[in-house]
Design a protein around this ligand. Structure first.
Ligand code: F6P
Length: 472
């Protein structure tokens, strides 16, 4: 059955960042992708403003910016503490990134998470028209589909998960995991970045919840049938390539090259998060310096790491650890005219970053676990086709499935990282061009437009057998 009557697309995510935030450098990869998706449809983008209010009123602030309508609500401090800092970022985030050791289980967090999802549903419900398609983003909002169904919403509702789906035994350590995962059957389609995470989800719901997987790949539980699809997110490649040729990018390229003083630059750009493998990156780079003393003054690492989720203790800890590690490495190897690591804790505009990526001989992306990693794709898109740099990428980033022609590494092995840096620095131009062309083909083909179309098509196409479909 084709649903050709899509009148509007309503995108919902925890945080809503108006497209204008891009100019201040405040916008992350996901926000850029969502804004690009929304420009293609009428509709709006609903979520938390990032602001707090004394008493939740459900007041919605509508704004229109650069072709996108945003509808945002403020949350109470307690909501932010329990739902965002608590359940989303101290419980689900570490657990879904295989850090059971960092996951915190507090009933108050779970309660706040449920309450905010109900608030989202109650505030959004009056805005939903019968033909709207609703596209919920990420782990902050798992129960939202089910809350909307309780309020009588019969629309097509999809969920996209931007982080990995953990192995069954890892997820089983979450109190009430079964209840939480059961609510996902309120959706019609659930999207994952990789087959591995889609299959992990399928395994959990079939083995743990008793859901039934049919021959077409649809999964049924309690009278509802959902479809789980793999649909990796891309970047707005055309826009990013254009950005890398902008005057601002050219200027930042020149400034970077001048300040490099004929040395090769290795660049890393990440939110300051323990899942990004930043400690391992510094240690792998140190190993390279130890094993290749002749290269010491020929190269430096620029690590840009804007702080993130700063009120969460585990994020304060990683910041402290990195300050110590970068200080120790710089103290041990720096000379009066050379510092091995330039460690910067602020964000930059995307056009400035595009110039920095282009000026770097190596893009070093080493997450221990990552849903996708759009920095890897942006690094590729920013390169000079005639003299591109080399992408070194962790096997544990979702992006590694598509970007097979990067130099793929195990970030837990400092030796492997050191070898990869040495071989990337030595890689001849024809090999760099060959690899880059293949990477760029993927970044161009599976871009953000492809991602959005693939997901929305799956959401709007229902070829499940009629007797297995229960929209209400
Ligand atoms: O990619 C995962 C994600 O949580 C996104 O949902 C979010 O936009 C991004 O990381 C940044 O996280 P936060 O909104 O917590 O700063």
């Amino acid at each position: 059955m084709e649903f050709n009557t899509l009148s509007r697309l309503i995108v919902i995510s925890n945080r809503v960042q108006p497209p204008g935030a891009a100019s201040s450098g405040a916008q992350g990869g996901l926000s850029v992708a969502l804004a690009a998706a929304l420009r293609e449809y009428t509709g709006f983008w609903f979520g938390w403003s990032g602001e707090s209010t004394e008493q939740f009123t459900g007041h919605i602030n509508f704004e229109r910016d650069d072709g996108v309508t945003t509808a945002t609500i403020d949350l109470e401090d307690q909501d932010i503490e329990e739902y965002y800092n608590g359940y989303a970022n101290r419980t689900l985030w570490p657990l879904f990134h295989d850090r059971v050791d960092l996951a915190e289980y507090e009933r108050g967090f779970a309660g706040g998470y449920q309450r905010v999802n109900e608030r989202f549903a109650e505030t959004l419900r009056p805005l939903v028209e019968p033909d709207d398609a609703i596209w919920v983003q990420d782990y902050h909002l798992f129960p939202l589909g089910s809350e909307l169904r309780k309020l009588g919403c019969e629309n097509r509702i999809g969920l996209f998960l931007h982080i990995p789906w953990p192995a069954r035994r890892v997820l089983s350590s979450l109190p009430m995991a079964e209840e939480l995962v059961s609510t996902l059957f309120a959706y019609d389609v659930i999207g994952f970045h990789t087959d591995e995470w889609r299959d992990s989800f399928t395994e959990y719901v079939t083995q743990q919840l008793g859901a039934v997987l049919n021959d077409e790949g649809d999964i049924s539980l309690g009278g509802r049938t959902i479809r789980a699809i793999t649909c990796p997110i891309g970047i707005d490649t055309k826009e990013f390539v254009a950005m890398s040729q902008s005057e601002t990018a050219k200027l930042s390229y020149r400034q970077m090259r001048e300040s490099a003083n004929n040395r090769e630059m290795i660049v890393g750009v990440d939110r300051l998060d323990y899942s990004k493998g930043l400690e391992e990156r510094f240690l792998g780079y140190e190993r390279f310096l130890v094993e290749h003393p002749e290269e010491r003054k020929e190269v430096f690492l620029l690590q840009i790491a804007p702080p993130s989720r700063e009120t969460v203790e585990t994020y304060q800890n990683i910041r402290t650890a990195l300050e110590g590690l970068s200080g120790r490495i710089n103290g041990a190897y720096a000379d009066i005219d050379w510092v091995p690591i330039r460690y910067v804790n602020q964000g930059y505009r995307r056009d400035v970053l595009a110039g920095i990526y282009r000026a770097a001989k190596i893009g070093l992306v080493t997450p221990l676990r990552d849903g996708m990693n759009l920095v890897a794709k942006e690094y590729v898109a920013a390169q000079d086709p005639e003299d591109p740099g080399v992408l070194i990428l962790s096997r544990f980033a979702g992006a590694a499935i598509q970007l097979k022609d990067a130099v793929l590494i195990n970030p837990y092995s400092a030796e492997e990282m050191a070898d990869a840096i040495a071989s990337a620095l030595r890689m001849d131009k024809p090999e760099r061009i060959r690899r880059w062309r293949l990477l760029m083909d993927s970044v161009e083909k599976e871009d953000v437009v492809w991602w959005r179309q693939t997901f929305v098509d799956a959401l709007m196409t229902d070829d499940r057998s009629d007797d297995s479909v229960d929209i209400a």
